[in-house]
Write a protein that binds this ligand. Structure first.
Ligand SMILES: NC(=O)c1ccc[n+]([C@@H]2O[C@H](COP(=O)([O-])OP(=O)(O)OC[C@H]3O[C@@H](n4cnc5c(N)ncnc54)[C@H](OP(=O)(O)O)[C@@H]3O)[C@@H](O)[C@H]2O)c1
Length: 305
């Protein structure tokens, strides 16, 4: 099968090559999915799991990409809940070969059915951003209706999902990001926007929840904005500062079939809009994943047209 492969950590996305790899075999409780579309998180090649397995052993050459939409083509021993020919979408294991390929083996429990009226490119754009937003707001942030949420990178892949879900849930949403992203963040539902390049974050005042996708100094300064009892949720590692009277939580997104169902239902009924920037075929994936100008939204790679 055709796949994007990486072998050199230092090379980053420039080290990606398109090559022939053996088709994966389904292990216990796996399905093999014929990938129709795959997402990719730009920082993925800096994650240790791209390069080593759970025991820390080198696993190169590895195939990146960990979110997909496609059709089940084979079942492993003992697999229940999905059948051959079924449309699915979801998250694949960080430490196994991923989704920038024509086929991928993945535990069935990591996938959810993809309704027939949802395009594969849309399905592939939802698992990482959608689940990260959902879990950060509701599982870790314990958001309550009427609370205020500061969403960093509000026009980005994760931030745009956080903004929409928080707004739908009845929160007051303050988005942040680059000046050029102001209108996009407001269109996703932010009540206000702070341009981190020219406006003072501290002018926001107190908030109940910060959702941080940027980290560093922005994360550190955000801790001081959290009201008593509030939470700083980070998806970019532990924050360097903690709220004086609140929680600081960092987490890595987990597969969740029920949450995927909630997310895709919102896309179908128009409550949630996905944020796709660029769609390219697998043959053109290396160029698409090495953009020469700023891309907003997720890059989706189609393995089948
Ligand atoms: N822990 C987890 O489970 C998890 C899950 C998903 C994602 N993540 C992480 O979350 C981060 C965001 O992912 P994403 O897919 O949402 O990326 P993205 O689509 O690039 O969104 C990030 C947004 O934040 C903006 N931004 C970044 N630094 C900024 C700064 N200093 N000032 C103003 N705006 C800034 C970006 O603008 P520019 O594009 O101009 O920089 C972009 O609009 C990544 O580091 C990713 O690895 C973690």
């Amino acid at each position: 099968m055709k796949a994007i492969v990486v072998t050199d950590e230092a090379a980053g996305t420039a080290g990606m090559t398109l090559m022939e790899r053996p088709e994966p075999e389904p292990a216990l409780n796996d399905v093999v999915v014929q990938v129709h579309a795959s997402g990719f998180v730009p920082t993925e090649l800096a994650w240790p799991s791209t390069w080593t397995d759970r025991l820390g052993r080198d696993r190169t050459p590895s195939i990146p990409g960990h979110e997909l939409a496609g059709v089940v083509s084979a079942l492993g021993y003992g697999t229940t809940g999905l059948s051959v020919g079924q449309r699915v979408f979801g998250l694949t294991d960080w430490t196994r070969d991923g989704t920038l390929a024509e086929y991928v083996a993945v535990e069935a429990r990591n996938l959810a059915p993809l309704p027939g009226d949802v395009d594969f490119a849309v399905g592939a754009s939802l698992p990482i951003s959608g689940l990260t937003a959902w879990q950060g707001l509701f599982d870790h942030g314990r958001l309550r209706t009427g609370q205020s949420v500061l969403v960093h990178g509000a026009a980005g892949a994760v931030g745009s999902m956080v903004t929409q879900l928080a707004r739908e849930f009845g929160a007051y949403v303050i988005g942040t990001g680059r000046a050029a992203d102001r209108q996009a963040a407001l269109d996703f539902g932010a009540h206000e926007f702070v341009d981190l390049g020219s406006e003072a974050l501290e002018d926001v005042g107190g908030v109940d929840l910060v959702f941080d996708v940027i980290g560093g100094d922005i994360g550190k300064r955000s801790a001081g904005l959290i009201r008593a009892g509030g939470t700083l949720v980070s998806v970019v590692g532990p924050s360097e500062a903690r709220p004086a009277d609140g929680l600081a939580i960092d987490f890595v997104v987990m597969p969740d079939r029920i949450q995927l169902g909630e997310i895709v239902q919102r896309v179908r009924d128009g409550r949630l809009r996905t944020n796709i920037g660029n769609v390219a075929d697998l043959d053109d994936a290396v160029a698409a994943l090495n953009p020469t100008k700023r891309i907003t939204g997720k890059t989706i790679i189609r393995a089948r047209s």
